[in-house]
Structure formats: structure tokens, C-alpha cells
Design a protein around this ligand. Sequence first.
Ligand code: MN
Length: 238
Amino acid sequence: MIRGRNGESSMLRRQFLKTASAGAAVAASSLPRVSLAQATGPHELPKLPYTENALAPVISANTIGFHYGKHHAGYIANLNNLLQAAPELAALKMEELIKTTAANPNRTPVFNNAAQVWNHTFYWNSMKANGGGAPTGKIKDKIDADLGGYDKFKAAFHAAALGQFGSGWAWLIVDGDKLAIARTGNADTPLVQGKKCLLTIDVWEHAYYLDWQNRRADYITAWLDKLVNWEFAEKNLG
Ligand code: MN
């Protein structure tokens, strides 16, 4: 859903009409990417913490371009659009908005888009170039104490991410005072249950299909070996 800003919709329409004879694919590819998806509203697309090619070859610039520039930006645009009809929700901070709408079946569209915005921002920060492998320091000690060591963590996290049927997420969280591995479907997030999130991997097909096709298991392994941002996890651990 793309809403115009500063008259961009009419500009787009003129551009579309001009290029329609060349086919819809040409018109679509000529659209500026992120700026148009940012509908006016209380929420903005957070800046990606690295360049689009920083995670290649595990996650290509092409995947990030669509995933961040289209999917994540689209959730922001949808959310801002929905909030225009819900001014009582528009003032809420993102985490509060997610918790409030999770409990209200009439607000499922707002919840889905808000939670997806939050989940994706958390996912980008869960990765970095030249990350992955076994952690050190405080997070290593906590994994050793609560999850039986890095190898057991890795196997359990991989199984959770691979075993999520359909679209969703796998997480490293703090449950009570212990680390745990969780998975959620679609837009759902452990935040709703008041859990502290440390890391997440997106296992929606749009996260890996351009690079790995049906090989979700290989994407998860490469993600664990090469991309995990343990500094982010440790910062979240507090
Ligand atoms: Mn995604």
C-alpha cells in the first residue's frame, strides 16, 4: 500500500500512465523505493544499521533491498495508515501499541503491522557483518549456565527456526531469569508475553528465498555461523 506524500501519488499516476505502454513491471521498478512507502504518521522506518550488501553472501543486497525497502517499509506505511482511523492508538509508543493491540481482536491489523515493524527492526539489529559463531563474555556464561553451552544452544535455536511451520520467527529470550528459545508465528512476538528478547531470526520465506530458495536449514546455519550480533544480545541481556 503506497500513499502519496506531497502530491507524489499524482506524480506517480502521471508516471504510470506515461510508462503503462511499456508494461506494469517497468512502472513498478521505476518507483523510488523507501521514501514513497513512508506514509505520514507517527512511525518512521528506522535506518538499517549497515549497508544493504553488508550481510552478503548469506543475505544478499537484493534480499535486503526487498525485505527492508519493501516489506519493512510497507508495514510502516500500513501501520501509519491504520492509525489515521485510530487516534487513541497513534500516541502510543511502539511496544505499548503492540501489547495493547495484542489483547484486542478488533485491532488485529494494527497489531500485525506494529509487531512486524518491531520484529524487523529487532531482526536487523540481531545481525552484523562478520558476526556469528560462539559468543564470549557475559552472554557466553549465561548460555553455558542456562542452555548447556553454545553447541546445545545452536542445535535448539536451529531446530526452533527450522520447525516453525510456515511464516514466523525464532528467538533467544529471557524467560523469568533464564535464557530460553522460543518461536512465534506470523507477526507474533515474545514481547506480548512480557519476555525480554535478545535475538531473532526471520524465517518468513521473504527473508531467505532469493538467496537460499527452499533451503531454510542452510540459511539458519549460515545465519548462526556468520551473522549473529552477540553484542546486541548482550546489550539486551542488560
Ligand atoms: Mn520479514
